[in-house]
Design a protein around this ligand. Structure first.
Ligand SMILES: [Ca+2]
Ligand SMILES: [Ca+2]
Ligand SMILES: [Ca+2]
Length: 328
Protein backbone atom coordinates (compact mmCIF):
# COMPACT_ATOMS: atom_id res chain seq x y z
CA UNK A 1 0.00 0.00 0.00
CA UNK A 2 1.12 3.45 -0.82
CA UNK A 3 1.01 6.19 1.89
CA UNK A 4 -1.87 8.66 1.68
CA UNK A 5 -0.14 11.76 0.22
CA UNK A 6 -3.33 13.85 0.07
CA UNK A 7 -4.03 13.49 3.76
CA UNK A 8 -0.42 14.29 4.69
CA UNK A 9 -0.41 17.37 2.51
CA UNK A 10 -3.67 18.46 4.07
CA UNK A 11 -2.22 18.28 7.58
CA UNK A 12 0.90 20.09 6.52
CA UNK A 13 -1.24 22.75 4.90
CA UNK A 14 -3.12 23.30 8.18
CA UNK A 15 0.12 23.51 10.10
CA UNK A 16 1.48 26.01 7.63
CA UNK A 17 -1.67 28.13 7.95
CA UNK A 18 -1.43 28.08 11.76
CA UNK A 19 2.23 29.05 11.60
CA UNK A 20 1.48 31.79 9.15
CA UNK A 21 -1.34 33.08 11.33
CA UNK A 22 0.94 33.06 14.35
CA UNK A 23 3.63 34.89 12.43
CA UNK A 24 1.05 37.38 11.29
CA UNK A 25 -0.16 38.01 14.88
CA UNK A 26 3.42 38.32 16.13
CA UNK A 27 4.18 40.64 13.27
CA UNK A 28 1.15 42.81 14.09
CA UNK A 29 2.05 42.81 17.75
CA UNK A 30 5.59 43.79 16.93
CA UNK A 31 4.36 46.59 14.73
CA UNK A 32 1.97 47.77 17.43
CA UNK A 33 4.77 47.61 19.99
CA UNK A 34 7.04 49.58 17.67
CA UNK A 35 4.30 52.11 17.06
CA UNK A 36 3.74 52.49 20.81
CA UNK A 37 7.45 52.82 21.39
CA UNK A 38 7.55 55.44 18.66
CA UNK A 39 4.59 57.28 20.24
CA UNK A 40 6.27 56.94 23.60
CA UNK A 41 9.56 58.32 22.26
CA UNK A 42 7.76 61.12 20.43
CA UNK A 43 5.95 61.90 23.59
CA UNK A 44 9.24 61.95 25.49
CA UNK A 45 10.80 64.04 22.75
CA UNK A 46 7.92 66.47 22.82
CA UNK A 47 7.32 66.42 26.56
CA UNK A 48 10.93 65.93 27.59
CA UNK A 49 12.01 63.89 30.56
CA UNK A 50 9.11 62.26 32.40
CA UNK A 51 8.17 64.04 35.31
CA UNK A 52 5.95 63.22 38.24
CA UNK A 53 3.55 65.61 36.67
CA UNK A 54 2.94 63.07 33.74
CA UNK A 55 -0.64 61.97 33.11
CA UNK A 56 -1.08 58.85 35.33
CA UNK A 57 -4.12 57.65 33.33
CA UNK A 58 -2.16 57.32 30.15
CA UNK A 59 0.60 55.46 31.88
CA UNK A 60 -1.91 53.14 33.41
CA UNK A 61 -3.50 52.54 30.00
CA UNK A 62 -0.16 51.86 28.47
CA UNK A 63 0.67 49.29 31.07
CA UNK A 64 -2.76 47.78 30.67
CA UNK A 65 -2.21 47.50 26.92
CA UNK A 66 1.14 46.02 27.48
CA UNK A 67 -0.26 43.42 29.86
CA UNK A 68 -3.07 42.60 27.47
CA UNK A 69 -0.71 42.23 24.58
CA UNK A 70 1.67 40.14 26.64
CA UNK A 71 -1.08 37.88 27.81
CA UNK A 72 -2.36 37.62 24.24
CA UNK A 73 1.07 36.73 23.04
CA UNK A 74 1.36 34.13 25.77
CA UNK A 75 -1.98 32.63 24.82
CA UNK A 76 -0.93 32.59 21.19
CA UNK A 77 2.31 30.84 22.14
CA UNK A 78 0.38 28.30 24.22
CA UNK A 79 -2.04 27.68 21.32
CA UNK A 80 0.89 27.41 18.99
CA UNK A 81 2.57 24.82 21.24
CA UNK A 82 -0.71 22.92 21.53
CA UNK A 83 -1.07 23.02 17.75
CA UNK A 84 2.48 21.79 17.33
CA UNK A 85 1.88 19.00 19.87
CA UNK A 86 -1.30 18.00 18.07
CA UNK A 87 0.52 18.15 14.78
CA UNK A 88 3.31 16.01 16.23
CA UNK A 89 0.81 13.49 17.58
CA UNK A 90 -1.02 13.43 14.29
CA UNK A 91 2.17 12.96 12.30
CA UNK A 92 3.39 10.30 14.74
CA UNK A 93 0.14 8.44 14.24
CA UNK A 94 0.49 8.82 10.52
CA UNK A 95 4.07 7.63 10.72
CA UNK A 96 3.03 4.57 12.75
CA UNK A 97 0.28 3.90 10.28
CA UNK A 98 2.76 4.27 7.44
CA UNK A 99 5.21 1.97 9.25
CA UNK A 100 2.41 -0.54 9.66
CA UNK A 101 1.56 -0.21 6.00
CA UNK A 102 5.23 -0.59 5.09
CA UNK A 103 5.38 -3.71 7.25
CA UNK A 104 2.28 -5.04 5.51
CA UNK A 105 3.82 -4.09 2.18
CA UNK A 106 6.99 -5.94 3.14
CA UNK A 107 4.96 -8.95 4.17
CA UNK A 108 3.00 -8.76 0.92
CA UNK A 109 6.27 -8.33 -0.96
CA UNK A 110 7.73 -11.39 0.78
CA UNK A 111 4.62 -13.35 -0.05
CA UNK A 112 4.80 -12.11 -3.62
CA UNK A 113 8.48 -13.09 -3.76
CA UNK A 114 7.58 -16.57 -2.52
CA UNK A 115 4.76 -16.77 -5.02
CA UNK A 116 7.10 -15.50 -7.70
CA UNK A 117 9.63 -18.18 -6.71
CA UNK A 118 6.89 -20.81 -6.88
CA UNK A 119 5.72 -19.48 -10.19
CA UNK A 120 9.30 -19.54 -11.45
CA UNK A 121 9.66 -23.13 -10.32
CA UNK A 122 6.37 -24.00 -11.94
CA UNK A 123 7.46 -22.21 -15.10
CA UNK A 124 10.75 -24.18 -15.10
CA UNK A 125 8.85 -27.40 -14.52
CA UNK A 126 6.43 -26.52 -17.28
CA UNK A 127 9.36 -25.73 -19.57
CA UNK A 128 10.88 -29.14 -18.74
CA UNK A 129 7.49 -30.77 -19.38
CA UNK A 130 7.16 -28.82 -22.59
CA UNK A 131 10.62 -30.00 -23.69
CA UNK A 132 9.75 -33.59 -22.77
CA UNK A 133 6.47 -33.32 -24.63
CA UNK A 134 8.24 -31.86 -27.63
CA UNK A 135 10.65 -34.79 -27.63
CA UNK A 136 7.73 -37.18 -27.21
CA UNK A 137 5.96 -35.40 -30.06
CA UNK A 138 9.02 -35.78 -32.28
CA UNK A 139 9.23 -39.44 -31.36
CA UNK A 140 5.54 -39.94 -32.13
CA UNK A 141 5.97 -38.12 -35.41
CA UNK A 142 8.86 -40.44 -36.27
CA UNK A 143 6.80 -43.48 -35.31
CA UNK A 144 3.90 -42.15 -37.32
CA UNK A 145 6.20 -41.73 -40.31
CA UNK A 146 7.43 -45.32 -39.91
CA UNK A 147 3.90 -46.58 -39.58
CA UNK A 148 2.90 -44.65 -42.65
CA UNK A 149 5.78 -46.23 -44.58
CA UNK A 150 4.80 -49.68 -43.30
CA UNK A 151 1.19 -49.04 -44.23
CA UNK A 152 2.25 -48.01 -47.74
CA UNK A 153 4.41 -51.11 -48.03
CA UNK A 154 1.56 -53.28 -46.77
CA UNK A 155 -0.79 -51.66 -49.24
CA UNK A 156 1.68 -52.45 -52.03
CA UNK A 157 1.96 -56.03 -50.78
CA UNK A 158 -1.80 -56.23 -50.49
CA UNK A 159 -2.16 -55.01 -54.05
CA UNK A 160 0.44 -57.54 -55.22
CA UNK A 161 -1.31 -60.30 -53.27
CA UNK A 162 -4.64 -59.25 -54.69
CA UNK A 163 -3.20 -59.52 -58.18
CA UNK A 164 -1.68 -62.90 -57.30
CA UNK A 165 -5.02 -63.95 -55.85
CA UNK A 166 -6.80 -62.90 -59.01
CA UNK A 167 -4.24 -64.77 -61.08
CA UNK A 168 -4.59 -67.86 -58.86
CA UNK A 169 -8.36 -67.62 -59.08
CA UNK A 170 -8.07 -67.48 -62.85
CA UNK A 171 -5.70 -70.45 -62.83
CA UNK A 172 -7.99 -72.26 -60.41
CA UNK A 173 -10.89 -71.61 -62.70
CA UNK A 174 -8.91 -72.97 -65.64
CA UNK A 175 -7.84 -75.99 -63.59
CA UNK A 176 -11.42 -76.54 -62.50
CA UNK A 177 -12.49 -76.47 -66.12
CA UNK A 178 -9.67 -78.86 -67.04
CA UNK A 179 -10.61 -81.12 -64.12
CA UNK A 180 -14.23 -81.14 -65.21
CA UNK A 181 -13.15 -81.89 -68.75
CA UNK A 182 -10.86 -84.67 -67.50
CA UNK A 183 -13.64 -86.05 -65.34
CA UNK A 184 -15.89 -86.07 -68.37
CA UNK A 185 -13.14 -87.78 -70.36
CA UNK A 186 -12.53 -90.19 -67.48
CA UNK A 187 -16.20 -91.02 -67.29
CA UNK A 188 -16.27 -91.50 -71.01
CA UNK A 189 -13.14 -93.67 -70.88
CA UNK A 190 -14.55 -95.67 -67.95
CA UNK A 191 -17.67 -96.28 -69.93
CA UNK A 192 -15.53 -97.20 -72.91
CA UNK A 193 -13.43 -99.53 -70.71
CA UNK A 194 -16.53 -101.20 -69.26
CA UNK A 195 -17.91 -101.57 -72.73
CA UNK A 196 -14.64 -103.02 -74.01
CA UNK A 197 -14.41 -105.40 -71.01
CA UNK A 198 -17.95 -106.54 -71.68
CA UNK A 199 -17.12 -107.04 -75.32
CA UNK A 200 -13.93 -108.99 -74.44
CA UNK A 201 -15.87 -111.16 -72.01
CA UNK A 202 -18.57 -111.76 -74.55
CA UNK A 203 -15.98 -112.56 -77.20
CA UNK A 204 -14.18 -114.91 -74.75
CA UNK A 205 -17.43 -116.66 -73.88
CA UNK A 206 -18.36 -116.82 -77.55
CA UNK A 207 -14.90 -118.18 -78.37
CA UNK A 208 -15.11 -120.78 -75.62
CA UNK A 209 -18.58 -121.73 -76.75
CA UNK A 210 -17.48 -121.95 -80.37
CA UNK A 211 -14.62 -124.27 -79.49
CA UNK A 212 -16.41 -126.15 -76.70
CA UNK A 213 -16.38 -129.29 -78.79
CA UNK A 214 -12.56 -129.31 -79.07
CA UNK A 215 -11.17 -126.94 -76.42
CA UNK A 216 -7.89 -127.63 -74.56
CA UNK A 217 -8.42 -125.12 -71.78
CA UNK A 218 -11.58 -123.28 -70.77
CA UNK A 219 -11.52 -120.35 -68.32
CA UNK A 220 -14.91 -119.66 -66.81
CA UNK A 221 -16.44 -116.20 -66.53
CA UNK A 222 -18.65 -117.16 -63.62
CA UNK A 223 -17.89 -118.61 -60.17
CA UNK A 224 -18.78 -121.94 -58.65
CA UNK A 225 -17.68 -124.24 -55.83
CA UNK A 226 -14.86 -126.70 -56.63
CA UNK A 227 -17.36 -129.59 -56.99
CA UNK A 228 -19.76 -127.63 -59.22
CA UNK A 229 -16.82 -126.40 -61.28
CA UNK A 230 -15.67 -129.91 -61.85
CA UNK A 231 -19.25 -130.94 -62.71
CA UNK A 232 -19.35 -128.14 -65.34
CA UNK A 233 -16.10 -129.37 -66.97
CA UNK A 234 -17.20 -133.00 -66.97
CA UNK A 235 -20.55 -132.03 -68.53
CA UNK A 236 -18.55 -130.66 -71.49
CA UNK A 237 -16.35 -133.69 -71.93
CA UNK A 238 -13.41 -132.53 -69.91
CA UNK A 239 -12.38 -132.08 -66.27
CA UNK A 240 -10.69 -129.55 -64.07
CA UNK A 241 -7.19 -128.86 -65.39
CA UNK A 242 -4.34 -131.25 -64.49
CA UNK A 243 -0.92 -129.54 -64.50
CA UNK A 244 1.62 -132.15 -65.51
CA UNK A 245 4.68 -130.00 -66.32
CA UNK A 246 6.37 -126.74 -65.42
CA UNK A 247 5.57 -125.40 -68.90
CA UNK A 248 1.88 -126.15 -68.41
CA UNK A 249 2.07 -124.42 -64.95
CA UNK A 250 3.58 -121.33 -66.56
CA UNK A 251 1.05 -121.32 -69.35
CA UNK A 252 -1.99 -121.76 -67.06
CA UNK A 253 -0.63 -119.06 -64.70
CA UNK A 254 -0.29 -116.65 -67.63
CA UNK A 255 -3.94 -117.18 -68.61
CA UNK A 256 -5.57 -116.14 -65.31
CA UNK A 257 -6.14 -112.74 -63.78
CA UNK A 258 -8.25 -114.06 -60.87
CA UNK A 259 -7.92 -116.98 -58.46
CA UNK A 260 -9.17 -120.20 -60.11
CA UNK A 261 -9.85 -123.81 -59.11
CA UNK A 262 -7.62 -126.55 -60.60
CA UNK A 263 -8.23 -130.30 -60.61
CA UNK A 264 -6.30 -131.18 -57.44
CA UNK A 265 -7.66 -132.10 -53.99
CA UNK A 266 -7.19 -134.27 -50.89
CA UNK A 267 -10.90 -134.54 -50.22
CA UNK A 268 -10.79 -138.36 -50.25
CA UNK A 269 -7.83 -138.63 -47.91
CA UNK A 270 -6.23 -135.85 -45.99
CA UNK A 271 -2.67 -134.98 -47.05
CA UNK A 272 -2.99 -137.25 -50.07
CA UNK A 273 -3.28 -134.74 -52.89
CA UNK A 274 -4.51 -136.36 -56.09
CA UNK A 275 -5.45 -135.03 -59.51
CA UNK A 276 -8.95 -135.59 -60.83
CA UNK A 277 -7.63 -138.57 -62.84
CA UNK A 278 -6.42 -140.08 -59.49
CA UNK A 279 -2.73 -139.55 -60.33
CA UNK A 280 -0.56 -138.24 -57.51
CA UNK A 281 1.22 -134.94 -57.63
CA UNK A 282 4.62 -135.35 -59.20
CA UNK A 283 5.79 -131.83 -58.66
CA UNK A 284 3.87 -129.18 -56.86
CA UNK A 285 4.04 -125.40 -57.27
CA UNK A 286 2.86 -124.51 -53.77
CA UNK A 287 2.85 -121.13 -52.17
CA UNK A 288 5.10 -120.85 -49.15
CA UNK A 289 3.62 -122.80 -46.23
CA UNK A 290 0.99 -124.52 -48.36
CA UNK A 291 -0.87 -126.85 -48.29
CA UNK A 292 -1.67 -126.12 -44.64
CA UNK A 293 -5.25 -127.46 -44.37
CA UNK A 294 -6.18 -124.34 -42.44
CA UNK A 295 -8.89 -125.02 -39.83
CA UNK A 296 -8.90 -128.66 -41.12
CA UNK A 297 -11.20 -127.57 -43.91
CA UNK A 298 -9.03 -126.98 -46.94
CA UNK A 299 -9.16 -129.86 -49.40
CA UNK A 300 -9.35 -128.19 -52.85
CA UNK A 301 -6.53 -126.38 -54.65
CA UNK A 302 -6.57 -122.96 -56.29
CA UNK A 303 -4.06 -120.83 -58.20
CA UNK A 304 -3.48 -117.42 -56.57
CA UNK A 305 -2.92 -115.14 -59.55
CA UNK A 306 -0.91 -112.53 -57.53
CA UNK A 307 1.73 -115.05 -56.45
CA UNK A 308 4.84 -115.99 -58.49
CA UNK A 309 3.91 -118.31 -61.33
CA UNK A 310 5.99 -121.22 -59.98
CA UNK A 311 4.69 -120.96 -56.39
CA UNK A 312 1.04 -120.04 -56.50
CA UNK A 313 -0.89 -123.13 -55.34
CA UNK A 314 -2.98 -123.07 -52.18
CA UNK A 315 -5.41 -125.48 -50.60
CA UNK A 316 -8.72 -123.78 -49.77
CA UNK A 317 -12.26 -124.55 -48.63
CA UNK A 318 -13.98 -126.38 -51.50
CA UNK A 319 -17.34 -124.63 -50.98
CA UNK A 320 -16.00 -121.19 -51.76
CA UNK A 321 -17.19 -119.76 -55.11
CA UNK A 322 -14.35 -119.17 -57.61
CA UNK A 323 -13.73 -119.22 -61.32
CA UNK A 324 -12.14 -122.39 -62.70
CA UNK A 325 -10.21 -123.82 -65.65
CA UNK A 326 -11.29 -126.89 -67.59
CA UNK A 327 -8.94 -129.09 -69.65
CA UNK A 328 -9.91 -131.47 -72.41
CA1 LIG B 1 -2.65 -131.07 -68.06
CA1 LIG C 1 -6.78 -130.97 -46.94
CA1 LIG D 1 -4.19 -123.48 -47.64
Amino acid sequence: MKPHPVKSCHCLKHSSIIVKSTEHIISEHTEQTMEMEAIYENTQDKVGPQTPSQNPTEAQNSRRWFVVITVGLGLICVLLVIALILLYIHQTAERDQLKKKVKEYNKTLTSLKINFSHLTDERDELQINLKSMSERKSELETNFSHLTDERDELQINLKSMSETKSELETNFSHLTDERDELQINLTSMSETKSELETRVKNLNDALMKSISGSFRYFISSEEKSWTDSRRFCRSRGGDLVIINTEEEQKYISSLVNENVWIGLSDAEKERNMKWVDNTPVNKGFWDKGEPNDYSGNENCVEIIHTKPILSNWNDFACSVMKKWICEK
